[in-house]
Write a protein that binds this ligand. Structure first.
Ligand SMILES: Nc1ncnc2c1ncn2[C@@H]1O[C@H](COP(=O)(O)OP(=O)(O)OP(=O)(O)O)[C@@H](O)[C@H]1O
Ligand SMILES: [Mg+2]
Length: 587
């Protein structure tokens, strides 16, 4: 994405504020034009003074007064306009930064898990913060300075030609030198800037990863090693940054030299033209003032190019994230069938994270409403993946899944997910209060309902022992709770959600046996009226399941009731033996 494309995309993001943005930009152009009046008036005053006879005071004043009044008028206009523009453009830029930041977060939250697995959250966060900062600066500077700077250059050069074309040629050469140098350096540093930004993103990712695994870092005494990795990335940033800084330093030296030489040339040429009676002193004064304005504008444009070159990779990264089209999204004709009855069917479902290895291979089964089906099998057999296809964390490459006879891809995503309650294998909790965590699926749930769900999930006792009870903040990912407490909270929150289809992925694996038994008894009443899919390693917990699927390498290798499978003497029996040491059942 080239710099001009980036620039126009950034302006597009102004959305409903675009009209205000352009009004401000044109007000700035008017301001810039008003500024040209000063050198012209100055030159006129000097000419009026040099033309007037020195003794005739009244004649002199009558020539100068109108010019001074005009000057005051322009001054007042400039001050009022600049204040208004500064005020509105600041507000506009801040407002849009927050709007864009919000829509970025919303967009990222809509991206499917497959896309999130590829990009670290620390990197996404860095891209968001730096991208919105870059946009904020771009808008602010565009409306406050840059558009006016560019337009004034376009206007000033012909005006300078009109005033004195010979002197104007010097300014034109100066503009060309500035333009060439900036273009040259932009080309030279573009790749390096992109590398710098990549390293900055690596740095953000590494830091976020280290911080989110702080317990691991400390217990494995890795602080030193992690710091070394951080320093290595920092070295890479600096290694790419220093040549860029040198190139821009060279531009500064060259542009300063070109400016000084140009001013000297204008003065020398001006004196020569005066000796040839081709110019007045007032015109020389006007021209030098003009040259000053043009040079200031040129400096502004170069500084802008420098900043934009630094920000371009940030904007590019930002737009790349915004351009990620979620491959799991609502179809245009997606429906919301309301609360489902709960007939779940998998028809020849295949799914690979990385072809050709299939995580789920030709999976077919059905659950009648109110039934419980259990998935067992070795670690990595594809159990969690299979069930994650039901709530469309991923879409299968072939086969289809239906609920109540409707393909789940025809559901609106929110409607589908409203119908499915998931207890994830890893209890995922927010750094919020226990009550807030519980109400995630049921924001309107009453306090009584909260307590009721916690009683069923065997969670009330430990919650009441927390310093602030239900209002206790439980830390990042529920760090202040034990593994079993986290699991019970995630069970309570799914009970509160009250969905007709339940997925319990190793939901009780961290519990002690008495707590697990009480919890399973309490859950039995809930699962009787729901279609329930249970994943369990401990086979004692799935005794009551209507059907059990034994999975291996993504495939179902055995299917039946608990007793039926036990009698079969296959993989299920082998697992039973490993877990409980039962004798080989009769075939
Ligand atoms: N996000 C992912 N990206 C790539 N591969 C993945 C991803 N998640 C899981 N896998 C791979 O897919 C396979 C099935 O994983 P899955 O989590 O479904 O196993 P599982 O049966 O639930 O195992 P466990 O009993 O250990 O939870 C494994 O080989 C795993 O490495
Ligand atoms: Mg799993």
């Amino acid at each position: 994405m080239g710099i001009f494309h980036l620039y126009s995309r950034a302006l597009d993001l102004l959305g409903s504020d675009q009209r205000l943005g352009w009004t401000l930009a044109f007000a700035n152009v008017a301001l810039a034009c008003a500024l040209f009046a000063e050198p012209i008036l100055f030159g006129r005053v000097i000419d009026a003074l040099s033309d007037a006879p020195s003794t005739a005071e009244s004649v002199t004043w009558s020539a100068v007064w109108p010019l001074l009044l005009l000057w005051i008028g322009f001054g007042l206009f400039t001050i009022t306009c600049s204040t208004a523009v500064a005020l509105f453009s600041d507000r506009l830029a801040h407002r849009r930064r927050h709007a864009v930041l919000t829509s970025y977060v919303e967009h990222v939250l809509h991206l499917p898990l497959a896309q999130h697995s590829k990009t670290h959250s620390g990197r996404l966060m860095k891209i968001m913060l730096q991208g919105t900062d870059a946009l904020w600066w771009l808008w602010l500077s565009f409306f406050r300075d840059h558009m006016a700077a560019i337009v004034s250059l376009i206007i000033l050069v012909p005006v300078a030609l009109y005033i004195n074309w010979r002197l104007a040629c010097v300014l034109i050469v100066l503009c060309l030198v500035f333009g060439f140098l900036t273009h040259f350096i932009l080309r030279k540093t573009q790749v390096l800037q992109q590398q710098i930004e990549g390293h900055h993103s690596d740095l953000a990712e590494l830091t976020a990863d280290t911080l989110s695994n702080i317990a691991l870092v400390q217990s494995f005494a890795r602080i030193q090693i992690e710091m070394q990795s951080l320093q290595q990335v920092s070295q890479r940033v600096l290694g790419a940054q220093f040549p860029v800084l040198s190139w821009w330093a060279l531009v500064t030296v060259l542009t300063r030299s070109a400016t000084t030489i140009s001013i000297l040339c204008i003065i020398v040429l001006g004196v020569w033209l005066y000796t040839q009676s081709l110019i007045t002193i007032g015109e020389i004064v006007t021209f030098v003032a003009f040259a000053g304005i043009i040079i200031a504008r040129l400096d502004q444009v170069v500084a802008f190019a420098n900043k934009l070159a630094g920000d371009a990779p940030r904007l590019r990264e930002f737009f790349e994230v915004l351009d990620m089209a979620p491959d799991i999204k609502d179809r245009p004709d997606a429906i919301d069938p309301g609360r489902c009855v709960g007939l779940v069917e998998f028809h020849g479902v295949c799914f690979s994270y990385h072809a050709p290895h299939r995580a789920v291979d030709d999976l077919s089964f059905a659950i009648q409403p109110g039934q419980t089906i259990a998935l067992v099998g070795a670690s990595g057999a594809g159990k969690s993946t299979a069930l994650s296809l039901l709530y469309r964390a991923f879409d299968p490459q072939s086969g289809r899944i239906t609920i109540d006879g409707i393909d789940i891809r025809q559901f609106q995503l929110t409607a589908l997910r409203r119908n499915i309650g998931v207890v994830f294998q890893e209890p995922l909790l927010f750094n919020r209060s226990i009550a807030d965590n519980l109400r995630i699926g049921a924001p309107e749930a009453s306090d009584a309902a909260l307590r009721e769900a916690c009683i069923r999930a065997q969670a009330l006792e430990f919650i009441e022992q927390q310093p602030d009870g239900f209002d206790t903040i439980i830390g990042e990912r529920g760090r202040t709770l034990s593994g079993g407490e986290r699991q019970r909270l995630s069970i309570a929150r799914v009970l509160l959600k009250d969905a007709p289809i339940l997925i319990l992925d190793e939901a009780t694996s961290a519990l002690d046996t008495p707590t697990e038994t009480s919890l399973l008894n309490a859950l039995a009443a809930v699962t009787q009226t729901r279609s329930t899919l249970v994943i369990a390693h401990r086979l004692s917990t799935i005794r009551q399941a209507d059907h059990i699927l034994v999975m291996d390498a993504g495939k179902v290798i055995e299917l039946g009731s608990f007793d039926g499978l036990y009698q079969q003497g296959g993989r299920f029996t082998a697992i039973m033996q490993q877990q409980y040491g039962f004798a080989q059942p009769l075939k």
